[in-house]
Design a protein around this ligand. Sequence first.
Ligand code: HEM
Length: 557
Amino acid sequence: MGPAEVLLLGLAALLAWAWLRRRRRARGLPPGPTPWPVLGNFGFALLPPRLRRGSWLHRRAAGADAAVGPPRLLAGLAREYGSVFSFSLGPHLVVVLNDFRSVRQALVQQAAVFSDRPRMPLVSLVTKEKGEPGLGPRGPPRPPASLRPRAGRLPSAPQDPREQQRRRSRVAVAVHGIVFAHYGPVWRQQRKFSHSTLRHFGLGKLSLEPKIIEEFKYVKEEMQKHGAVPFSPFPIVSKAVSNIICSLCFGQRFDYNDTEFKKMLDLMSRALEICLNTQLLLVNICSWLYYLPFGPFKELRQIEKDITTFLKKIIKDHRESLDVENPRDFIDMYLLHMEEERKSNSDSSFNEDYLFYIIGDLFFAGTDTTTNSLLWCLLYMSLNPEVQEKVHEEIERVIGPDRAPSLTDKAQMPYTEATIMEVQRLTVVVPLSIPHMTSETTVLQGYTIPKGTVVLPNLWSVHRDPAIWEEPDEFHPNRFLDDQGQLVKKEAFIPFGIGKRVCMGEQLAKMELFLMFASLIQSFKFALPKDSETPLLTGRYGLTLAPHPFNVIISKR
Ligand code: HEM
């Protein structure tokens, strides 16, 4: 290419950029960095990591600090563009809400418009969504035959051809589970059923307490094995939290040494970590990348296959051993409900494909979130021994050294609760919530938000807003207590989100956090090994915010 062509190309790019900038302003969209044609603001993700650090996002929001995660970067951009700003991910407009006012206005006051989920190609590919009419791409494009993996059939292909036909027509609606389901009747039915079934098995109620307390016995045993030697609490906590979901869904817990169980947990945690890998995010711009036979693309496909095999085997075993009179767990209840619905409603959304994705949702949404919250609690207690002592004093006073903690103790333990809340405020394990999407064009704080806009509620920046929280970066459990030491509710404390899509497992998570945390501090004193470096408190950002690996030393109380 000669100098004249280069100059012409440069000029054309500059004109396109200026045109896009003017068009954005004319449409009344929230302010934000001007996108480039096709690639939007994330073209830099195609660059090698060294050059990526010089991109607009890193330069403008956080200097050259590559350890800064997306929620912090976005909060940094809010200082430049305002608390409601936008950017483009390929052809998709993304609006970020960085303060409590805008999050509440969108997710609560305009819930009917802001409660859909985006049709992100990456999610559609993983959940095998079939095309459906409406906004966004009609399901993922099919890859070339040479790249197409041999997808396993969904479970329980029925023998009866009429049933097969009926099932095909149902699947054509969209199979999404709950987390990524579109806001509408199918999501409503599935969420309502799942929530009430989990409640039936004790979610948020005293009847689940013995299971959590029993699980803690294994935690204690495992931790004691380490004696005075430093160890990582990650695997123990994650297996315990996962086993509680297993008890609810499968009616069984797994031994901590069960190799298949261990493998599944590693795969889930890896999937959450890599699905925000910038190369994988590009699948949302160019879906075909998903089928590339190398790198994170190949890894994610393999993870999806392994998890599918694991969960489908469990569903199959349940179907074969189902006792209509004695449903043992969530899967049995779902299979029975499915059968009932099949008799009375040929268009029912209840089918085994949906069950599979719901179970997957409960694992993905319920394991990493609660595990990371508990790990953060242990890390903050190790770093703040005086707070740990105060929590322990309260436990001694209300429960004593031997009796297992109970939910009925919670009302008398405001300091323990305030400590858990302060850890959750600072660490926000789902910092950007789960993306929402507008189902209609609307106006938010004077800006036009077109139909189909992806909306990211930045819970991290809501929890660090200096206009709401005094010394927002400091760890002060007392901020959740009044002068009498009683717990005070803060409306801007929203680790579980707000509005119609608020976390479905909130009661379960709160139960687990309280009972496990109180049991841990009742049994052990936690400290960091003497010669260890203080772990960074910024966390590792996947879909959830996990603490950087750390070891603890325990001493028996
Ligand atoms: C400390 C633990 C947890 C935290 C911080 C947390 C946080 C969240 C957040 C922020 C959302 C997104 C809300 C939104 O889209 O606006 C969410 C959604 C969800 N969570 Fe949790 N979660 C936790 C534990 C759990 C557990 C234990 C379960 C399962 C039993 C669960 C199941 C779900 C489901 C199914 C959704 C999707 C709801 C929907 O789209 O309708 N979560 N959670």
